[in-house]
Design a protein around this ligand. Structure first.
Ligand SMILES: Cc1cc2nc3c(=O)[nH]c(=O)nc-3n(C[C@H](O)[C@H](O)[C@H](O)COP(=O)(O)OP(=O)(O)OC[C@H]3O[C@@H](n4cnc5c(N)ncnc54)[C@H](O)[C@@H]3O)c2cc1C
Length: 341
């Protein structure tokens, strides 16, 4: 350890990726202060930045990983109705959401209980229950490995779209060190997403506060999604495909129960990947320890000792069958380390 930089040789990653893939990296660097990043990266310029490991599939073992531990929360600006809050990249996302709610700042409640870190939240523009984090991010601070300098992105620079951002397209370039969010002092709750109102009704809450919405989301998620602490998984393995409106209409004609959602333009629509995969008969499928959740067709699971290659092989066969049955290409949401999709 020197100046807040921890150097660990032969670090097991099994508990550091939510699939629970067994791998041991020769070198793990843990940075407590972002100022130490240049020193850390001099030791391992291509180190994989590892947050909570909840959106990764390790097909091969990275030569080095870099973890950020800075988790400070600070107020940058306040006006009547809003507050601008900066959070260190190493903070656990759900802890940050809870901390904002405790201070009376709302806007992130629908994103409660998403695993991972604050630093990873802009990478795939996390989203859930009708809200995407891009609606709240106003700036991202990062170290640019190509240029060897600090850089700051506005939300526009981040090029956010559905489960995507500029960072996803240059995965080894930027190390996000902190993220700034614009939150509300006067809540504007988003209850329109299926399930939230019903859950609030079960909780006997008529006039919810932001905390209540967070609690409703936590309850729904705990019920619906397999817990990585119990069975290895990375949440939804596939993104919902965005297709031409003509194809969506043709598919709807053949399959009237196919869920079709708007995709932000009249030319295209978003389809439910879960529905497509379920219709191909994959829910509950198991090949050795690599499988598909019995409760959720989008979630690939590790029943114990599956390798990343076995899970990737299963994912490829699922995608091929969806392509064959429906003529629709589905793509993985997690980053695949050591193989190309
Ligand atoms: C049970 C479960 C439920 C989930 N539900 C949702 C959901 O509802 N919505 C959703 O959007 N996602 C969901 N996910 C996916 C995942 O939680 C998010 O993508 C999360 O943001 C990943 O954070 P992480 O810290 O674990 O990232 P990691 O898995 O560690 O990393 C993911 C990618 O981000 C990069 N990265 C991480 N931190 C940084 C950084 N500081 N700087 C630069 N690059 C970085 C990594 O190098 C990697 O490329 C779920 C996952 C699980 C296991």
């Amino acid at each position: 350890m020197s100046n807040g930089l921890q150097v660990i040789r032969a670090q097991s990653l099994r508990t550091r990726n939510t699939f629970g893939i067994d791998a041991t990296t020769p070198l793990a660097l843990r940075v407590n202060d972002p100022a130490q990043l240049p020193e850390a990266l001099a030791m391992a310029p291509d180190a994989l930045v590892l947050g909570g490991g909840s959106n990764l599939l390790l097909v091969s073992t990275p030569d080095a990983v870099l973890e950020l531990a800075n988790d400070d929360i600070g107020v940058i600006a306040e006006d009547g109705d809003h507050v601008v809050v900066r959070c260190g990249a190493g903070a656990v996302w759900h802890d940050f959401v809870m901390a904002t709610l405790r201070r009376g700042w709302s806007g992130l409640e629908n994103l409660s209980l998403i695993p991972g870190t604050v630093g990873a939240s802009p990478i795939q523009n996390i989203g859930a229950y009708g809200v995407e984090v891009m609606e709240r991010i106003i700036a991202v601070d990062a170290w640019d490995r190509h240029e060897a300098r600090w850089t700051r992105f506005t939300a526009t620079d981040c090029a956010f779209t559905y489960r995507d951002s500029r960072f996803k397209h240059e995965p080894d370039r930027y190390v996000v060190t902190s993220v700034e969010f614009r939150l509300d002092r006067i809540p504007r709750l988003r209850l329109d997403y299926a399930g939230i109102r019903d859950e609030l009704a079960v909780m006997a809450i008529d006039t919810p506060a932001a905390n209540d919405v967070a609690e409703a989301v936590v309850r729904i998620r705990r019920r619906k999604l397999p817990d990585p602490a119990v069975i290895g998984n990375a949440g939804s393995f596939f993104k919902n495909p965005i297709v031409a409106t003509g194809l969506a209409e043709a598919l709807r004609g053949a399959h009237p129960d196919l869920p079709v959602f708007p995709a932000g333009s009249p030319d295209c629509c978003k389809l439910s990947a879960a529905w497509l995969i379920d219709r191909c008969g994959w829910k509950g499928h198991r090949d050795g320890d690599a499988g598909v959740s019995a409760g959720h067709a989008l979630v690939l699971v590790n029943h114990g000792h599956a390798t990343g290659a076995q899970l990737l092989d299963l994912a490829r066969r699922i995608a091929a069958s969806v392509q064959e049955c429906f003529g629709v290409a589905i793509e993985p949401e997690p980053r695949i380390i050591g193989a190309r999709w």
